[in-house]
Design a protein around this ligand. Sequence first.
Ligand code: ACO
Length: 461
Amino acid sequence: MPKSTKPAETETADGNNIEMATLTRPRTGESWKLPVTKGTVGPDTVDIRTLFRDSGMFTYDPGLTSTASCQSAITFIDGQQGILRYRGYPIEQLAEQSDYMDVCYLLLYGELPNKDERAEFIDTITHHTLLHDQLSTFYKGFMRNAHPMAIMVGVVGALSAFYHDSTDISDPEQRSLAAHRLIAKMPTIAAYAFKYSLGLPFPIPRNQDSYPENLVRMMFSKPTDDYTMNPVIARAIDRFLILHADHEQNASTSTVRLAGSSGANPFACVASGIASLWGPAHGGANEAVLNMLDEIGSKDQIPKYLNKARDKSDPFRLMGFGHRVYKNFDPRATIMRQSTHEVLNELGIDDPRMELAMELERIALEDDYFIEKKLYPNVDYYSGIILTTIGLPSNMFTAMFAIGRTVGWVSHWKEMLTDEDQRIGRPRQLYIGEVERQYVALEKRVHSSEKKGWARLWGKS
Ligand code: ACO
C-alpha cells in the first residue's frame, strides 16, 4: 500500500507554497501554471492533469520517456548512477544477503519479514504450488514445439477460469490469494511447459524444497531417477529471481498496470505482462543474446558485428546492450556476471560463449559508438549464459524471467488498486490522419499508389 508521495501538496496546507512550473505559448501569449510534485528521491514531476482541461493541449511523449504514469513506493532506479533499490534496499545487499522469498515479501508488503512472518509466507507460497489437475489437459492443446512463453501466456490467462475465488479485485483477501497463487504456481507452470516440450511427464512440486530448489528440481529431475540438488545452482537461480523481481515501470509492468486499470482480473493482467515481456527488446533479450553469440561464433568476428550494430541501415543490434533507464551501468548485470562465473566454476565448464561474451563486452565498452550512446551490458547479457550452463534451452530463458518478475507485477497491480489517484489508463494521441472526408462509393475508388489493397495499406512492398 503506497504512502502518499505528494509532499508538495502536503506542504501547501497554507495554500501559498506550491512550487509551480509555467508552460508558456508565446504565439498566443497564454501560459499555464502546473504544480511540481516531489517524490521521496529522484526527479520531481510536473503534474499536468489539468493541462488539457485548461489549455486544450495534450503532451506528446512516445515511449513515455519523460512521463511518470503513476506514483509508486516499490522500486527506485537512478539510471545515471546505476542504482536499483527495492523498497529502499540496494539490490547488491539483497542479492548478497537475502533470498527470493524475503524479496517477494518485501516487494508485496513493503518491509522485510521477521522470522514468523517469513515462515508463514513461505508456508503459504509452498502450499499453493500445485496446479489444478484439469490444467494439465489444457497443456495438451498446445503443439509440442510451441514456445514456452506462448504456453505461459495461455495458461496464466486460463488460471482465471480455474480459481474463481481469487478474481474479485475489490476484496483484499482475494487479491492477496491471487498474488500468492501467482508467485507459487509460476515455477510449476513454466516447468510443465518445459517438460511438455520434451514429452516428459509433468513434475510434482515438493514441499520440503525451498522455492529455487523446487524450481530447479521440477525443471531437471525425472521421475525415474534420484535428483541431487546442487546448492550453487539453487543459489544462482535464487539470485537470478531476485535480480528480475521488479524494475519499476518497465514495459511489462506498465502493461500489467494498464490491463489492471480496467478492473481486469489478476491472472489476465499477469498474462498480459508475460506477453509484453516476451518481446526481444524486453525480457526476450536473454534468448536473443545467446542466439547472437552463436551467430558471432568467434572473437575474430566481433569487429564485423560491431560494425553491423553501428550501421543504422542494418537491423542488427547488440542484444543485451543498452537500456532505457541505465545510462551508466546496470547493477544487475554486474551481479549476474559474478553469478555466472560462480556457476561456470562450480560446474567446471569452460564455455566459449562466456569468453566471447566477455571479449565482446570489453571491445564494445571501448567503442566510441557505444560510449557516446551510453550503451552498457544489461541484466540479460549474462543471464542467458547461466541458464544455458545449467541446462535450459534458450527458449526457456524468458519464462525464467517471467517467474522472477511475477512478484513485481502483482506488487504493482496491488499497489495500483489501492492508489486513490488510480483511474483507467487511457493515453491520448496526436492525430495525424485524414481530416473529415466524404464516403466514396466502391466503383469510384482509385488508389494513386502502385501498391494495391492490403499491401499498400500495411506499407508492404
Ligand atoms: N545496439 C546498437 N545500437 C543500440 C543498441 C544496441 N543494443 N541499443 C540502442 N542503440 C542505439 C539506437 O540505435 C539509438 O541510436 P540513435 O540515437 O542513433 O537513434 C540509441 O542507441 C538509443 O537507443 P533507443 O533504442 O532509442 O533507446 P531505447 O531507450 O528506446 O531502447 C533498448 C532501449 C530497447 C533496451 C535498446 O537499447 C535495445 O534494443 N537493446 C537491445 C535489446 C535488449 O538488450 N533489451 C533488454 C533490455 S533490459 C530488459 O528488458 C530486462
